[in-house]
Ligand binder design. Structure first.
Ligand code: UGA
Length: 418
């Protein structure tokens, strides 16, 4: 927002995060974000505080807190969204716009709108879902595929639309599509987009299971069907499947909301999407067993811990899940991730990490590539061959040049590939 020229105050309950951000230090790894943050803080257009009363001076209030999976259930935990809106209410004034960015179960915006309007502040609520991908957050924020504004009907909705148009004027000027909808549609656009993406990944991973049973190659299959413009090649990379703080919890929360709406059958396919996804993690462990036999006491070098490259996020990371399963089976695991060693150790202190890929694979009986960082794709198999104890590799992301690794004497296993 500051990069777009607005004066911004960022409010969070976490003093440490606020201090770090105010000092221009990103509290997580995200390519290009440090530069944008530094520029914005230095320009004076962006500052951070834990003091909610600072919202007083603002006219547009974005609510962008998390909606994680509730412990012990599939539904979304709305505690943080509710607390943020509640905390904001005393500081709203006439003409203000509260803009929901968080991913929420359909129906949440209508409930929050009653609160915002009921506070007698004269403020309006809009729902403006976020579609950015980690690893591409800066690019996706400054130049998204589309804007969706969920607004109330009538004059209030028109006024809200005008305010959001002003906020996003720079991007809209380049012809970015913008769709104005009601609250429910805007909320559903977000969850259905993520449900579709998750379904696409699980579809190709189901084809990987079929390929494994028949000797076919799922990567060639994806290339071939992807040429059909109606299907498209994007999000057809078979492998360890989806993780992170969004797709897994969003499809579960969508199902939970479907149950409440009497739509259990309608959304039950998302249970299959989830199950296919989780089976891939087991498959990697099975392939490792195929290569090594009993895993007890065997040394495994793991490359990749983040849920995807260009991120240090290990929330619901398939890679970290595989590491845990290997440890449960008695293997000795040393892992390396270019950015996620620290976050992984914080969430799983028993983990043994190495400072680089070579140290992770040195003396290993098998190497597992679980996140497709460029530096792992570009590893020289001849060099790795000198370091390992056993020339065996599982390509959990179908990202290696299998021919080159086999030529270097490695026994290679991929997902959905012969
Ligand atoms: C996802 C959506 O792509 C964003 O549009 C959305 O805004 C975001 O969730 C969110 O709800 O906040 P993100 O979780 O950052 O973004 O990452 P993705 O690029 O979607 O990847 C998700 C997972 O799917 C990763 O674990 C990735 O490795 C996996 N994936 C992706 C595959 O296994 N195969 C593919 O072909 C693509």
């Amino acid at each position: 927002m500051a990069e777009l020229g607005h004066d911004v105050v960022g409010i969070d309950v976490d003093q440490h995060k606020v201090d770090e951000l105010q000092a221009g230090r990103p509290p997580f790894f995200e390519p290009g974000f440090g530069e944008v943050l530094g520029r914005a803080v230095e320009s004076g257009r962006l500052r951070f505080t834990t003091d909610m009363s600072e919202a007083c001076d603002a006219t547009v209030h974005f609510v962008a807190v998390g909606t994680p999976q509730t412990k012990g259930s599939y539904s979304a935990d709305l505690t943080y969204v509710d607390a943020a809106v509640d905390g904001l209410l005393p500081f709203l004034s006439t003409g203000d716009l509260v803009v929901g960015k968080s991913t929420v179960p359909v129906g949440t915006a209508a409930r929050l709108a009653e609160l915002v309007e009921g506070a007698g502040s004269g403020a309006t609520l809009a729902w403006n879902p976020e579609f950015l991908r980690e690893g591409f957050a800066v690019q996706d924020t400054l130049s998204p595929d589309r804007f969706v504004y969920g607004v109330p009907s009538g004059d209030a909705g028109e006024a809200a639309t005008a305010v959001l148009d002003e906020v996003y004027a720079t991007a809209l000027a380049t012809g970015m599509p913008r769709l104005v909808t009601d609250y429910a549609t805007a909320e559903l656009v977000k969850v259905s987009a993520n449900a579709f993406l998750a379904t696409k990944i699980s579809f190709i991973n189901a084809m990987a299971e079929v390929a494994e049973a028949t000797g076919a190659d799922v990567t060639q299959l994806a290339d071939a069907i992807g040429h059909d413009a109606r299907i498209g090649r994007k999000f057809l990379n078979a492998g360890l499947g989806f993780g992170g703080g969004c797709l897994p919890k969003d499809i579960r929360a969508f199902r939970a909301r479907g149950d409440e709406l009497g739509l259990t059958d309608t959304l039950s396919f998302l249970g299959e999407v989830d199950a296919i996804n989780l089976r891939r993690r087991e498959r990697v462990v099975t392939l490792t067993r195929e290569l090594l036999g009993d895993l007890a006491g065997r040394r495994v070098g793991v490359l990749g811990l983040a849920f995807k490259p260009n991120s240090d996020d290990v929330r619901d990371s398939p890679a970290l899940d595989v590491v845990k399963k290997l440890l449960e089976a008695g293997a000795e695991v040393t892992a390396f991730d270019p950015e996620a060693n620290g976050t992984a150790k914080r969430s799983f202190p028993e983990l043994t990490t190495a400072d680089n890929a070579e140290d992770a694979v040195r003396g290993a009986d098998a190497v597992l590539v679980l996140t497709e960082w460029t530096e792992f794709r570009e590893l020289d198999p001849e060099r790795v061959g000198v370091l390992v104890a056993g020339k065996k590799v599982v390509d959990g992301r179908n990202c290696l040049d299998v021919g080159a690794w086999r030529a270097a004497g490695f026994e290679v296993r991929g997902l959905g590939r012969p």
